[in-house]
Every structure is written in C-alpha cells, then in structure tokens.
Design a protein around this ligand. Structure first.
Ligand code: B16
Ligand code: MG
Length: 219
C-alpha cells in the first residue's frame, strides 16, 4: 500500500487486553438468565459491538421483545457482572507484545490513539497502567454510532491531527475491521485470519512483532 504511516489506532478489548473473555462470561450469564442459549459463535458477533447493540442482538436471537426500562436494567446488570469479573485486573493482563509495540511507536514518534466501543475503556486503561501512552482516547462514551461505522476511528484520526490514509487500525473484531476499512484506513486483524480475512494484514498478536519489519514494511 505504501504511504507514510503516522498514527496507530488500537482497539481495546481483545487487542490490548483480554477483556473479551469477561464480556463473554457476562453476556452468557445474562442470556441464560433469560432462557436464551449463548455460544462462542454468537459471542463473536458481539465483539466490537456496543452494549446496546449487543443486547438488541441477544433479544432478537431469543425472540424476546422487552420494554425500554427492562432493557436498561439488563444492560446495567450485564455491566455489573462484567465489572465484577474484571475487578482484579492489572498490568499482568496486557496481551503479549503490546507494551513493546507501544514503545516502538513512541520511539518512532508516531501518534497513538484508542478506538474502542467500550464505555469502560478509560477505567481499563487505568487499571493496566497504559493511559499515558495515548495521545487520544475515543471510546463508547464519545461516539454516537457503533462499529462498523468508522466514527470511532475517524475521531481518533481527527484528535491526533492525522489523515485517514496515515492511520493503521488494530482490531480483533469483524465489525471493527469493517469500520477501519469504511474509514479508508489500513486494517490489521488481530486473531483468527479466517474470521478477519477482510483485513489488509493479519497478525496472531503482537508477541515478538517488530513494528517496522512485520507491519510497516508489509502494508
Ligand atoms: P462496554 P472494543 C467492545 O470493546 C467489546 O468488544 C464489546 O464486546 C463490548 O460490548 C463493547 O466494547 C461495549 O463495552 O459494555 O464496556 O461499554 O473491542 O471496541 O474495545
Ligand atoms: Mg475488540
């Protein structure tokens, strides 16, 4: 693809920390409490999707129509369980190679942004002590549309004074990879290459990854 890359935009859940497993546990508990089955495959469709978008999907799968008030209660309940599960989280839960990639980007004077659908993103970054790396934090509290809409990444580019074509987005979700592509950015899929086959480049994770050789020279 070529061009100069100035900015790296990271998704949070499943890219920087493995909170995806806590989201899964909390959604499963909620779905099961409503008599709705919830498997890993269904969970895959919720990755990167907002809290509201996720409950809407679960209720559709279960053929349930509930009042707005009840939906609010359920979202609150899910978040309480989620916060409980990730309550003891600390820097040991940062995924392998993440700190190294952030340091490599800093050494190259690149800008670093967060582009997460999660309203809990600032809390999580704080818990794992990574907040200071980020020039911009765009999360579920500041966006109005969900991935695959590119808003979260477009705002990340704006807040770091970057053009879309100068940005690489790292994403573990289908919706997120689509959002990056919709925003005309370079998408690097983190995780299963088959699930994220639309991405420009796929990586298993950041372990042993050299930013220059394994990413910048390959896109
Ligand atoms: P919250 P990401 C997303 O974060 C998660 O992938 C998704 O599973 C979750 O439902 C969403 O955040 C909202 O999270 O309930 O904490 O606001 O992957 O975009 O960093
Ligand atoms: Mg994610």
């Amino acid at each position: 693809m070529g061009g100069t890359i100035t900015t790296l935009i990271f998704d949070l859940d499943g890219v920087i920390v493995d909170t995806a497993k806590y989201h899964f546990k909390a959604w499963k508990k909620l779905a099961n409490s409503l008599g709705i089955d919830f498997s890993e495959e269904e969970n895959e469709q919720l990755k990167g999707v907002s809290r509201r978008g996720s409950i809407d999907k679960i209720l559709t799968w279960g053929n349930l129509e509930l009042t707005e008030e009840r939906i609010e209660e359920l979202m609150h309940q899910k978040n309480q369980w989620y916060l409980e599960y990730m309550g003891n989280m600390d820097a040991s839960e940062i995924l392998p190679g993440v700190v190294s990639i952030l340091n490599q980007a800093k050494a190259k004077k690149m800008k670093i942004a967060l582009g997460s659908a999660s309203k809990n993103a600032p809390l999580i970054l704080d818990k794992v002590n990574l907040t200071h790396y980020f020039d911009a934090i765009i999360d579920g509290n500041v966006v109005t549309t969900s991935k695959p809409d590119p808003e979260v990444f477009v705002k990340g580019a704006e807040d770091t004074q970057s053009k879309a074509e100068e940005c690489i987005v790292f994403e573990d979700s289908l919706a997120g990879v689509e959002a990056a592509i919709n925003g005309k950015m370079i998408a690097v899929g983190i995780g299963h290459p088959q699930t994220l086959k639309q991405a420009h480049l796929n990586l298993q994770g950041f372990d042993q990854i050299d930013l220059e050789k394994d990413i910048l020279e390959k896109i």
